[in-house]
Design a protein around this ligand. Sequence first.
Ligand SMILES: Cc1cc2nc3c(=O)[nH]c(=O)nc-3n(C[C@H](O)[C@H](O)[C@H](O)COP(=O)(O)OP(=O)(O)OC[C@H]3O[C@@H](n4cnc5c(N)ncnc54)[C@H](O)[C@@H]3O)c2cc1C
Length: 268
Amino acid sequence: MRIIVPIKQVPETGAVKMDEATGTMIREGVEAIVNPLDLYGLELAIALREAAGQDGAEVVTISMGPPKADKAIREAIAMGCDRGVLISHRAFAGSDTWATSYALSAAIAKLSPFDLIVCGERATDGDTGQVGPGIAAFCDLPVVTYVSKLRGIDGGRMIVERLVEDGHEVLEVDLPAVITVVKEIGDPRLPTLRGKQRARAADVPVWGPDDMDVEPDKLGLDGSPTRVVKIHKPTVARECEKLAAGDEESAAAASDRVVEFLKEKHLI
Ligand SMILES: Cc1cc2nc3c(=O)[nH]c(=O)nc-3n(C[C@H](O)[C@H](O)[C@H](O)COP(=O)(O)OP(=O)(O)OC[C@H]3O[C@@H](n4cnc5c(N)ncnc54)[C@H](O)[C@@H]3O)c2cc1C
């Protein structure tokens, strides 16, 4: 069994800054970490390998990003991944979610055969949640998003619970498949000292366009069908009316005013 876990390196801070002129993220000068939601995907994959027994089961992580994303791969290996591949080349720069999914799916094809691809629910910076389903589309695989529990995996099929607004759906899916997982799937483990030593010594190959079966015009900014045209923070306008209600008389006046206000807004 081979499980592939795509992980993204994201800025440590939740307050992502954007370059308003180019519409791209400002990543310089910000500490980078593994997307926290991807740790849950890593945990599931490692736990599945453990349950399958060490023989013949393998967890491979991949990340597309700048050379410093090598650190994210090593963190995943320290957690328990068997190996990792970094997808990095200036040809990938400026990729939108479509071009990112395309490049990652080409890397995944090169890692064939595999049984399962486990993505995080979303990345804390781009925040679209599109890359998991995008990979599934390019690889022509079934996809289940928001998986909160794996009930069983056997004989080329998997039964999962999927988080929906008012509860859970139970789905059976043929393997190989792509799933994106939510936090309920299980708390990620911490890296061990042995894992850290293994990660330091690990060989992390870097693949560029020449290492994969890709069409160059589908990569990077030029290959991206979407553009960030404008970025702006919405201005939140709050009109406030303070009502004093310190004694019986002013409390009565205040409640009259509240009723009047709700009527004005056609809320009652
Ligand atoms: C219109 C548009 C233009 C953009 N232009 C630029 C740009 O010019 N420069 C720039 O730096 N960024 C750009 N981005 C952002 C960048 O392309 C996205 O961050 C990237 O496509 C991943 O999308 P996301 O962050 O929304 O991930 P999500 O779809 O929210 O991530 C879901 C899951 O997919 C996997 N995943 C996502 N990204 C990766 C990755 N890179 N490697 C491995 N696994 C991954 C992880 O498992 C993750 O949990 C752009 C995005 C858009 C929408």
